[in-house]
Ligand binder design. Structure first.
Ligand code: BES
Ligand code: ZN
Length: 463
């Protein structure tokens, strides 16, 4: 939470001086802290947490799974909001190979219904056939076997699920049942789409071993396997990008700060915190900063298909020309920034090292709250493609995660306005510290911000 009064002197890089709470009185120090105070307040005074909260409320009405109509509606809404704030907004489409889970997965064995699960990338189909046990489904076990039209029953283990299915299908199997080799349910993936796949379901270890005993006892076992609605193929998702160019051409330093989030969610999760929160904050920062004088371009981006493997952000970074990528001085990535039930704000960098983003945010959090936001190594979000290209990048997230992460309970009632306000202020002032042309000194691109080493913070009211 915010401490109203700060009395901290920062003499060298994040080393608190022995003076501790003593205020410095040198004119230089007064000027610098005064400048910071004014700059911070320009941003803080513009941020309205109600806007963030209301946008989250709007976006979390339904899950926003990548490439669905719901995600596209969110994309259109985000674009309209940018435009309402006076930006030109671009929708950047991209394609990826996706999978739609089946709506029906059934298995009847000798007239008894089981409760199977399906595999990601399974084919759809209905098969009524005799079962044949083929061990682990390795090539040697299938050699010379004629499974034509049959359902192969295979134990989990040794080789991938995808290879088991391919081996059985190539021996003629029309369907596959894979049973677990441990207790609990088996939810697996075949690894990627393949035209040779047949309908595949999983059953428990107990169910599988019982069937194998029957087969090995010489009984004939008839099964009816149904997988309907599974579909692999090309999908389209979209990124949304709006840009605030440097205010005046003479002062443009050519650098770009990218403030990002992902707007998609996982299936079944309204994604209020993951990640309507980050998306709503990107929008509010865009609104709040619209008319601030800056010598750096600030680019606001919300990415699609993050939950399927950072697909939108990778597309964005990979399709930028080298010269454009080199202009990006920093990426502030906001993902899960408002849960009541999560822990404190932390930053994650790809290599675990500090960078321009962590240093700017540590400076701003120290100015605002009296303590620098900690950071450590971490991936799993859209800062990764930036970090991997050498762009100083960090994820802003609360840790530990809330229990509602990726569940249907990730809803607006779990959102804290206090947390939202805290993160928006830390990030907004950090960005403006760099981007404001009122700031002093040259701007580092991929190194330390000068402010951390040279600026001193002393008693000031941060309200
Ligand atoms: N919002 C999470 C971010 C996250 C980061 C969660 C670190 C937990 C720890 C993100 O949307 C997410 O769920 N990411 C996936 C990985 C991604 C590459 C598909 C995850 O962590 O499972
Ligand atoms: Zn997320």
């Amino acid at each position: 939470m915010k401490k109203a009064i700060l009395s901290i002197a920062l003499v060298t890089s994040l080393t608190l001086s022995s003076v501790g709470v003593q205020a410095f009185a040198s004119p230089a120090v007064t000027t610098q802290s005064g400048v910071h105070n004014v700059l911070d307040n320009r941003v803080i005074n513009k941020i309205n947490v109600e806007n963030i909260y209301n946008t989250i409320d709007y976006l979390q009405q339904s899950p926003r799974v990548a490439a669905t109509e719901e995600e596209y509606q969110a994309v259109l809404y985000i674009k309209e909001q940018f435009e309402a704030y006076g930006y030109e907004a671009e929708i950047q489409p991209f394609e990826f190979f996706g999978f739609t889970a089946p709506h029906t997965v059934d298995l009847m064995v000798n007239g008894t219904s089981l409760t199977p699960n399906s595999f990601t990338y399974t084919a759809s189909g209905e098969v009524n056939a005799e079962l044949e046990y083929v061990g682990l489904g390795r090539p040697l076990e299938l050699e010379g076997k004629d499974l034509e039209g049959k359902i192969a029953i295979i134990q989990r283990g040794e080789i991938s699920f995808g290879d088991k299915v391919l081996n059985a299908a190539r021996a003629g199997a029309a369907g596959v049942i894979i049973f677990n080799n441990t207790t609990g349910a088996l939810n697996g993936t075949l690894g990627g789409a393949n035209d040779e796949f047949v309908p595949v379901v999983s059953i428990s270890q107990a169910e599988g071993t019982a069937l194998v005993s029957q087969l090995e006892g010489g009984e004939s076992v008839e099964a009816s396997l149904t997988v309907l609605g599974a579909e692999s193929g090309l999908r389209t998702s979209n990124n949304v990008i709006a840009s605030k160019k440097a205010t005046n051409k003479n002062k443009d330093n050519g650098n770009v700060i990218v403030v990002s989030s992902h707007h998609d969610s996982v299936p079944g999760a309204p994604g209020a915190n993951d990640n309507a929160s980050g998306t709503a904050m990107v929008l509010e920062l865009a609104r709040a900063m619209k008319n601030l004088p800056t010598d750096t371009e600030i680019r606001f981006a919300t990415f699609g298909a993050e939950e399927l493997g950072l697909i939108g952000s990778r597309h964005y970074v990979n399709t930028l020309p080298e010269s454009e990528l080199n202009r990006i001085a920093a990426n502030f990535n906001l993902d899960m920034v408002g849960s009541k039930d999560a822990g404190d704000l932390v930053m994650r960098t790809v290599n675990g090292q500090p960078n321009l983003v962590t240093e700017l945010a540590q400076s701003s959090s120290l100015r605002l709250n009296g303590a620098p936001t900690p950071f450590s190594q971490g991936g799993s979000s859209d800062h990764v493609p930036f970090g991997e290209k050498g762009v100083p990048a960090a994820l802003f997230i609360h840790s530990p995660l809330e229990p509602w992460y990726h569940t249907p309970e990730d809803t607006i009632d779990k959102i804290s306005k206090e947390k939202l306000e805290d993160v928006a202020q830390i990030v907004g002032t950090a960005i403006y510290d760099y981007a404001s042309f009122d700031n002093m000194g040259p701007k580092p691109k991929k190194g330390k911000p000068q402010s951390v080493d040279t600026h001193m913070y002393f008693e000031e009211d941060v309200q």
